[in-house]
Design a protein around this ligand. Structure first.
Ligand code: SF4
Length: 359
């Protein structure tokens, strides 16, 4: 697995700071240049501080934007220059308790917006950065201020924001309209049946609020990616949800049907939630057929390609972030591997898909 945290050495009395590993000559005062390369240690020099990184090669970190925490002697790789999967974790707080949550909520919040702003300013040209949680919009004012500041500094960046859609208000319309070309909102909807959706997200009334707010997003012309994790609880209802989306949410840019991650609550509830679509693709197929017939975009995220019937493989996206993706030994000689999403690092064969078939 790709390391998102690196061991570092620097003056412990310093405050945390953001720096970029220069790929050649430094371009600004935030760039750090390599001054010495030893066995498993790289020494860097910058206007802010000198520091060392351990167990990494200069090529691996070239162009990366790091948040260095001197007290803990850790460098967080906020932006990896070579990756398309960079995400800022805005908060670990959330007002929902989803059955399959991969990042279970925590009560405390650590405000990192200043560091994220410094990092975004140093991002590679044209980068799309993910913003996730928890629920990022629990800190809506600070989040909107942060996005305004990033866009004022960089007119080439975009954000993909994951939100449970519970916290928009009519007063947000103007702001949403202003940034609609540069923000893609990933919003989960698990069923067109309010009781099923509310049960999955662990919050009574969530579906009603979500419906109102998705309509608001439509009014704002916001780019909307609907997201549905397929579970035992909602699999049979997917064709009904497809019909609901086609009739009521035709402005959605896409609908992502996703397989679950075996981590966090997803690990705890795997037995009661995981739906083995390699054995039964009927409801997924019917939902996709319906979307296709209505000419609405649909995609499959996190589905190993051989678990998807050939007629639907064009919808499967290599969606698993590089740092948490793996393949099985059986995948070694598979001809589909290049286009296959593979598996999450924490996937287990013994209670996962029963029909993995290298081709
Ligand atoms: S065998 Fe492995 S690489 Fe091939 S399609 Fe299945 S999961 Fe993907």
């Amino acid at each position: 697995m790709i390391q998102l945290r690196l061991r570092t050495d620097c003056d412990r009395t310093l405050a945390p700071f953001v720096t970029r590993i220069a790929e050649g000559e430094p371009l600004c005062v935030d760039d750090a240049t390599l001054s010495l390369e030893e066995a498993n240690t790289l020494s860097y020099r910058s206007d802010k501080a000198d520091f060392r990184l351990r167990d990494v090669s200069p090529e691996d970190v070239a162009g990366d934007v790091l948040l260095i925490d001197p007290r803990r002697q850790i460098a967080h790789r906020l932006i990896r220059a070579a990756s398309l999967h960079n995400t800022f974790l805005i908060t670990e707080q959330c007002d929902q308790l989803c059955l399959m949550c991969s990042q279970p909520p925590k009560p405390q919040h650590q405000d990192m917006f200043d560091h994220f702003l410094a990092a975004a300013r140093l991002a590679p040209p044209g980068a799309q950065i993910g913003l996730s949680g928890g629920e990022p919009l629990l800190h809506k004012d600070a989040l909107f201020t942060f996005i305004d500041a990033v866009f004022a500094a960089r007119d080439d960046l975009t954000f993909h924001i994951l939100t449970n859609g519970q916290h928009f208000e009519r007063g947000d319309l103007a702001w949403l309209r202003k940034h609609r070309a540069r923000l893609l909102w990933g919003v989960p909807i698990y069923s067109d049946d309010p009781a099923t959706h509310d049960e999955i997200v662990g919050k009574p009334g969530a579906f009603a609020k979500l419906s109102l707010n998705i309509a608001l997003m439509g009014l704002a012309g916001a780019a909307l990616e609907l997201r549905t994790v397929v579970l035992q609880q909602n699999a049979s209802g997917l064709p009904g949800l497809a019909d609901f989306i086609a009739r009521h949410l035709p402005f959605a840019a896409t609908w992502a049907i996703m397989q679950m991650e075996r981590i966090g609550y997803g690990r705890m509830n795997w037995g009661q939630c995981f739906f083995d679509s390699s054995r039964d693709f009927a409801s997924l197929g019917a939902a996709i057929d319906l979307m296709r017939a209505r000419r609405q975009d649909v995609a499959l995220y996190n589905f190993p390609l051989c678990t998807v019937p050939p007629a639907y493989r064009d919808f499967a996206v290599r969606s698993i972030s590089d740092w948490k993706q793996k393949y099985l030994p059986a995948c070694g000689a598979c001809t589909l591997r290049e286009n296959c999403a593979g598996f999450f690092e924490w996937y287990r064969e013994e209670d996962g898909f029963m029909e993995i078939r290298p081709q």
